[in-house]
Design a protein around this ligand. Structure first.
Ligand SMILES: NC(=O)c1ccc[n+]([C@@H]2O[C@H](COP(=O)([O-])OP(=O)(O)OC[C@H]3O[C@@H](n4cnc5c(N)ncnc54)[C@H](OP(=O)(O)O)[C@@H]3O)[C@@H](O)[C@H]2O)c1
Length: 248
């Protein structure tokens, strides 16, 4: 398949585009540089690039979270609107752009990247967790509406995958049983497309979500995160300060 890459950083887009072409000769790539935090104004530009193309798979992956996590009262206005525009508006607006073509062709797949953070309300990631609950509900409802249309809608709910988003915590930046590398996670998650409509995408994460959803009380999970996060953040601040001191 040819790939249309949409993100905000031109250098990263060019690098990804070049890598794809090198690794998969014959695959064409096109890039669209837009900042999803700007909201509605960017979708005309995206529509221009989508027009005339048969989009087979839409991956709604773009997302942001406060890094490090913080109390809602400490978030800036840009951060608040960023979460809404990047995590919520992008999913519905991109779907609205490509769905008519998929419906006309009677086939396609939409992968919505939610999060295990939507299993229960998360203090210190309040907006993030709530926006991912939106993704979960929207994606599940859409999947129901599109039954029999030939279009697969998948909701992915990863737990911890090592990326920039997890860089606030040293523990979440090293691979372990529950902490996946991007390669491990994506390989596993893609193998579930068309087999599972709503999944963690990676079985250790599925185990975590089973415990959070079915075994532990949500209020207990919320309490544990509420108590644990300040300690994690403090330990991380101390680690960074020690590293700075060593470098001096
Ligand atoms: N990592 C995890 O543990 C985890 C767990 C559950 C769910 N998720 C979800 O997985 C998805 C991918 O996240 P990730 O972990 O790969 O995080 P990431 O490393 O921060 O990557 C997010 C991607 O979105 C792009 N992006 C962020 N804000 C943007 C904006 N305003 N406009 C355009 N592009 C923007 C980033 O571009 P830049 O490179 O320019 O920043 C990057 O390509 C997200 O939906 C996230 O919520 C991640």
């Amino acid at each position: 398949m040819n790939i249309l890459l949409i993100a905000r950083n031109k250098d990263k887009l060019n690098d990804a585009s070049q890598l794809i072409r090198e690794e998969s000769p014959g695959v064409e790539t096109e890039i669209v540089q837009v900042d999803f935090s700007h909201g509605r104004v960017i979708y005309q530009e995206i529509a221009r690039h989508v027009e005339g193309k048969n989009i087979g798979i839409l991956v709604n992956n773009v997302g942001m979270a406060s890094n490090p996590p913080k109390k809602f009262a400490e978030a800036s206005e840009d951060e608040v609107w960023g979460h809404v525009n990047v995590n919520v508006a992008s999913v519905v607006a991109m779907t609205q752009l490509v769905l008519p073509g998929m419906l006309a062709r009677g086939r396609g797949a939409i992968i919505n990247v939610g999060s295990g953070a939507s299993c229960f309300p998360m203090p210190y990631l309040a907006i993030y967790s709530a926006t991912k609950a939106f993704v979960d509900f929207f994606s599940e409802s859409l999947s129901w509406e599109l039954r029999g249309s030939g279009i697969t809608v998948q909701t992915l709910r990863p737990c911890t995958v090592i990326t920039n988003m997890t860089s606030f915590s040293e523990n979440n930046s090293k691979p372990s049983f529950f902490v996946a590398t991007t390669k491990t996670y994506v390989t596993s998650a893609l193998a579930t497309l068309s087999h599972s409509g709503r999944t963690s995408g990676y079985w250790p994460h599925g185990l975590q979500e089973f415990l959070m959803d079915e075994v532990f009380n949500h209020r207990l999970c919320m309490y544990m995160i509420g108590v644990r996060f300040p300690a994690v953040l403090k330990a991380e601040q101390m680690r960074v300060a020690e590293e700075h001191a060593k470098k001096k």
